[in-house]
Design a binder for this molecule. Structure first.
Ligand SMILES: [Ca+2]
Ligand SMILES: [Ca+2]
Ligand SMILES: [Ca+2]
Length: 134
């Protein structure tokens, strides 16, 4: 039996500045998809930047399991460099969790600039994921 997954949330970005205030943005997103049994489906791809130096990337896939639960799996990446298109990957986290049939899960994760040790460069993803009947 197919299920519907509904995701609403936001990505918060921060670009650390030596002089003056850090540059920040909050980007809302929402997505919904109908999932069929055991098919891996790309659900979300959010790529946003801030401050001329920081870019956040969120990727998430969904898979409907046989019992109606949904597994969400993906990664959050932080790039920081001399431009918003920099390929300097400074932080990365993978995640995987289950949203049980009929349930809602709140997810919140922050990826900081671990490569250069700067916690004020970050990408934070907060979202609510619902597993609903179709
Ligand atoms: Ca900066
Ligand atoms: Ca900047
Ligand atoms: Ca860097």
């Amino acid at each position: 039996m197919a299920r519907k997954i509904v995701v609403t949330g936001n990505m918060k970005l921060s670009d650390y500045e030596v002089f003056g205030a850090n540059e920040r943005r909050t980007i809302p997103f929402e997505q919904e998809a109908t999932l069929d049994d055991n098919q891996l489906q790309q659900l979300l791809e959010v790529i946003e930047a801030v401050g001329g130096e920081v870019r956040g990337e969120l990727d998430m896939d969904a898979r409907l399991l046989g019992n109606g639960d949904v597994r969400l799996k993906g990664s959050i990446r932080l790039y920081e460099g001399t431009s918003e298109t920099s390929e300097d990957l400074d932080g990365e986290r993978y995640f995987s969790f289950i949203v049980k049939k009929g349930m809602t899960v709140s997810f919140d994760r922050k990826v900081v600039n671990t490569d250069e040790g700067d916690p004020e460069d970050y990408v934070r993803v907060s979202m609510t994921c619902k597993n609903l009947h179709v």
